[in-house]
Design a protein. Structure first.
Length: 116
């Protein structure tokens, strides 16, 4: 499985962006898809995930502002980010793995920069 993340960019505080993660391979629909992020000088942190059955979970820091979704027909997962804050600035990574078993596959990062 290969994951390709895109959609990052520069946005002002309060703005919105949508990240996409396209997956190759036939197991997309059976896997949990997730987004993580890593800010400069900080550890990578969990942002959101969606299971194969559509159950979603979010980090407290993004709850109510971000929404994760998936389109199994397109083997793509999305992260809609609204009300962005400067502290959301980071490289965002998508990941994939079997439900409940962690993440075996990672995409490259896409940079999100939120200006104040």
């Amino acid at each position: 499985v290969q994951l390709q993340a895109y959609g990052g960019g520069l946005v002002q505080a309060g703005g919105s962006l949508r990240l996409s993660c396209a997956a190759s391979g036939s197991i997309f629909s059976r896997n949990t898809m997730a987004w993580f992020r890593q800010a400069p000088g900080k550890q990578r942190e969990f942002v959101a995930r969606i299971t194969s059955g559509g159950t979603t979970n979010y980090a407290d820091s993004v709850k109510g502002r971000f929404a994760i979704s998936r389109d199994n027909a397109k083997s793509t997962t999305y992260l809609q980010m609204n009300s962005l804050k400067p502290e959301d600035t980071a490289d965002y990574y998508c990941a994939s793995g079997r439900d409940g078993y962690g993440y075996d596959y990672w995409g490259q990062g896409t940079l999100v920069t939120v200006s104040s």
